[in-house]
Design a protein around this ligand. Structure first.
Ligand code: KG4
Ligand code: ZN
Length: 357
C-alpha cells in the first residue's frame, strides 16, 4: 500500500486538533526587522515570546536594509527556538502545530521564516499554518484579552499599513477604511528623521512629544474622499516643509513642541475616523493593533473618546503591538480551527492582502 503523504497525514492531525479544540502552537515571525518565535496555547495563552531585534543595525543606515535583514534572520532563528522552548519549559514533543507569517513583508525576510518553518514542520510531522502578518497584529488582542470575541472594529496602524477593519468572526474581515498613501508609522518615521531622531523614529518621537506643547505648531488637516480613509502624505510633507522653512529663516525648532503638534495631528485623524467607522457600523467593541498602537497619545485618546462614545475599548500591551510571534500564534490557532493548512509549496507573498477590496 502506498504510504500516506505528509500533507494527508497533517490534514488528519489538524482535524484531530480541531475536534479537540486545543492546540499548542509554535509561531514564527520574520517579515521585517524582528525575528521572533513564540509558543501560544489555544490562541490565547502566551507561553513563550522570544524576539531578536535588528533595529540597532538598521539604525546605522536610517532604515531597514532588506539583505541585512534576511541574513540576520538566518542567524537568529535557531537560538530563538531554544530560547522559546526554555521559556515555555517544554520540548518540540509538546508542540501541536507550527504557524508562520508568509506575508506581507520583505520577500527575503519572509522566506527565511517560511523555509525554516516548512523544514521543521516536515521533520517533526507537524501541521503548518500560514498566517497573514496584519491578521497577526489584530489577533494580539486575543492574547491580551482572553475573553474578547468578535465582532469588533479594529484600527490597524503599523509601519506599512493603516486600516480600519470590521472583524465579523474569527478570521473574517471587512475593510472599512484605509490610508490612501503613507502608513501612519511611515509618517512618524519620516517626520522623526527631520527632527534628527534615529530610526525607527516613532517610539522616540512619541517620548519627545510627551514633554511638548501640542498647540505650538499648526499643521494642515488632510482631506480624503473616503469617509473612513486617512491620508498622511500631505501632512507629512507640510510638516517637513515647515521645518525646512523655519530653519531657512534661521529660527530654532523646538523639537518637543514640534513632535507633540505632529503627534496630535496624526492621532486626532486616526481617532476621528476610527470612531466614525465604529459608530456607523454599529460596533460595540473597539480594538487597536500594530506598531503605532504603542503610541501613548493614541492609546489614551482611543480609550477616553472610545469609552465616551459608549464603546468597550481593548488594546494589547505595547510589547504585543510591535512585531512579535505571539500574535502569529494567536491568529494561527483560529486558522487551524477553520481547517486552514499550508502545503509544502507555501511561498512568501510580500504583497499578501487581507481583503479582496
Ligand atoms: O507593526 P510594526 O512593529 O511593524 C510593521 O509591521 O510595520 O510597526 C512599526 C512602526 C514603525 O513605523 C514605528 O515607528 C511605529 O510602528 N511605532 C510607533 C510607536 N512605536 C512603534 N509610532 C508612534 N509611536 C510609537 N510609540
Ligand atoms: Zn507589523
Amino acid at each position: 500500500m502506498k504510504p500516506l503523504s505528509y500533507e494527508v497525514r497533517m490534514r488528519e492531525k489538524a482535524d484531530a486538533l480541531r475536534k479537540h479544540g486545543h492546540a499548542r502552537i509554535l509561531a514564527v515571525e520574520s517579515s521585517c526587522d524582528e525575528t521572533a518565535i513564540a509558543i501560544v496555547d489555544d490562541g490565547r495563552i502566551e507561553r513563550a515570546n522570544a524576539i531578536a531585534s535588528q533595529i540597532d543595525v538598521h539604525a546605522l543606515y536610517g532604515g531597514v536594509v532588506p539583505e541585512i535583514a534576511s541574513r540576520m534572520h538566518v542567524e537568529a532563528i535557531d537560538p530563538l527556538l531554544e530560547m522559546a522552548l526554555e521559556q515555555a519549559n517544554c520540548t518540540l514533543e509538546d508542540i501541536d502545530a507550527i504557524a508562520v507569517t508568509y506575508g506581507p513583508g520583505l520577500v527575503g525576510a519572509l522566506l527565511t521564516g517560511v523555509s525554516w518553518a516548512k523544514s521543521l514542520a516536515y521533520a517533526r510531522e507537524l501541521p503548518l499554518i500560514p498566517v497573514n502578518h496584519i491578521e497577526g497584529h489584530v489577533s494580539a488582542n486575543y492574547v491580551a484579552h482572553p475573553d474578547l470575541e468578535p465582532p469588533f472594529v479594529c484600527l490597524v496602524a503599523s509601519g506599512g499599513h493603516s486600516h480600519i477593519v470590521a472583524v465579523d468572526h474569527y478570521g473574517q474581515y471587512r475593510l472599512i477604511g484605509q490610508t490612501t498613501d503613507d502608513a501612519a508609522g511611515e509618517a512618524f518615521d519620516k517626520v522623526a528623521r527631520v527632527l534628527s531622531i534615529p530610526y525607527p523614529g516613532g517610539p522616540l518621537l512619541d517620548k519627545l512629544a510627551d514633554e511638548g506643547d501640542d498647540h505650538a505648531y499648526k499643521f494642515p488637516r488632510p482631506h480624503t474622499e473616503g469617509k473612513y480613509d486617512f491620508s498622511f502624505s500631505g501632512l507629512k510633507t507640510a510638516v517637513i516643509n515647515q521645518a525646512h522653512n523655519l530653519r531657512q529663516q534661521g529660527q530654532e525648532i523646538d523639537a518637543k513642541d514640534f513632535a507633540a503638534s505632529f503627534r496630535r495631528s496624526v492621532v486626532d485623524l486616526l481617532v476621528d475616523k476610527t470612531l466614525l467607522a465604529a459608530r456607523d457600523t454599529g460596533a460595540k467593541k473597539l480594538t487597536v493593533a500594530g506598531g503605532v498602537a504603542a503610541n501613548s497619545l493614541l492609546r489614551s485618546e482611543l480609550m477616553r473618546r472610545g469609552e465616551r462614545a459608549g464603546l468597550q475599548v481593548f488594546m494589547p500591551p505595547k510589547r504585543l503591538c510591535t512585531d512579535n510571534a505571539v500574535m502569529i500564534g494567536a491568529a494561527g490557532f483560529y486558522r487551524l480551527m477553520a481547517g486552514e493548512l499550508a502545503r509544502l509549496s507555501l511561498n512568501a507573498l510580500p504583497s499578501l492582502r487581507m481583503f479582496d477590496n
